[in-house]
Design a protein around this ligand. Structure first.
Ligand code: TXA
Ligand code: MG
Length: 332
């Protein structure tokens, strides 16, 4: 396995060149973004992109996000650039926001799963930006994990999940945001939030007038504007069972039974309470801190061989929307 550590503050030119050469010759390079690690390939090389789908065992109908170095790069692959794109890009790029726009024909169909739109993002992580500039290519990059499994927030997570299937893993340390970018569809008549993320709906609506809420599951199944969001996702190996503040007594009961039947049980708790489990983790009370630690916490409970993880669902408040979304999907 080729894992190379790279200083985010001063990314080594030699290593960036090697990574860029690999991308140019159809290779796969895992790299840190501020959200999660991405598994990158040249977005204009259908064969390289095909490898991403194979390595991740990703269903072909789930489109990839194309990463570019700046808004000018994004405009090269979008066939329309509405006022909302201009404003959101100016406000949040580089950063954890993906804009879905009508695509230009240069973007291979395999990247967009045959859709006539493309997801575009300018990441803010200095290693990601330096790599995009050095390669001078649009880079298709899903999270660097097998489909449906936990997203990676460290290079070790990538190595554990994908190992030798990746040509090079750039290790820039743990990611800071910790959950995937906010995805906003700008291809319809009104902006629509497809995936909640670090940038909240309120923040988006401070820049563009109104943003439709994510569709409910049934609605999404009827009109899959974002096919990749259907079904189980972001999941640990263990069975994840959610409970809310009112359900603590039931959770304690579930934990007792599981432990009594010989299971190793972990928990993600917001309030320390007397949960009779082997591996209780008390999570931060602040949504962005919780998000930063979420996947690493679930990875660590998987490493401890937990077969059940109980997770206390944070309150139904706007600031918690992205974390609640990830926990819910992981528990499907
Ligand atoms: O933070 C992130 O977005 C990370 C880093 C690596 O940039 N990437 C990421 O990629 O989370 P992935 O493939 O795990 O998730 C991409 C999501 C999927 O839900 C997919 O369906 C949606 O973006 N998506 C991509 N292109 C789309 C399009 N044209 N229309 C609708 N949804 C799209
Ligand atoms: Mg993913």
């Amino acid at each position: 396995m080729h894992l190379a550590s790279i200083d985010p503050f001063e990314p080594a030119t030699e290593l960036l060149r090697r990574a860029a050469d690999l991308l140019r010759s159809g290779g796969l390079v895992a790299f840190p973004t501020e959200t999660v690690y991405g598994l990158g390939a040249n977005a204009l090389d259908a064969g390289a992109v095909e490898r991403i789908f194979a390595v991740k065992r990703r269903p072909p109908r789930n489109p990839l996000i194309v990463h570019v170095a700046d808004a000018a790069g994004a405009k090269r692959y979008a066939s329309a650039w509405p006022e909302a794109a201009e404003r959101l890009a100016a406000a949040f790029w580089p950063g954890p926001l993906t804009l879905v726009l009508p695509k230009r024909p240069e973007v291979p169909d395999i990247v967009t799963a045959g859709l006539d739109t493309v997801g575009l993002r300018v990441p803010s992580h200095p290693v990601a930006l330096a790599l995009l500039r050095e390669a001078d290519l649009p880079v298709a990059a899903p999270s660097a994990n097998r489909s449906t499994q936990l997203s990676p927030t460290t290079a070790e997570h990538v190595a554990k999940g994908l190992g030798d299937a990746v040509d090079l893993i750039l290790d820039g340390g743990p990611t800071s945001v910790g959950i995937e970018s906010t995805v906003v569809d700008l291809s319809g008549s009104r902006p629509a939030l497809l995936r909640p993320g670090a940038i909240s709906r309120d923040e988006l609506e401070s820049i563009v007038q109104s943003v439709d809420a994510p569709a409910g599951r049934d609605e999404a199944a009827a009109a899959p504007r974002s096919p990749g969001l259907l079904g189980r996702h972001y999941a640990p190996r263990a069975e994840l069972r959610l409970f809310d503040a009112d359900g603590r007594a039931d959770a304690v009961e579930i934990a007792r039974e599981a432990v009594a039947s010989g299971s190793t049980v972990g928990a993600l708790l917001l309030h320390p309470f007397d949960a009779p489990v082997q591996h209780p983790l008390v999570m931060p009370e602040q949504p962005s801190e919780y998000a930063r630690r979420l996947y690493a916490a679930l990875h660590s409970l998987d490493d401890l061989e937990c077969s059940v993880i109980l997770a206390e669902l944070p309150p139904d408040q706007p600031g918690w929307a992205a974390v609640r979304d990830r926990l819910r999907r992981a528990a499907l």
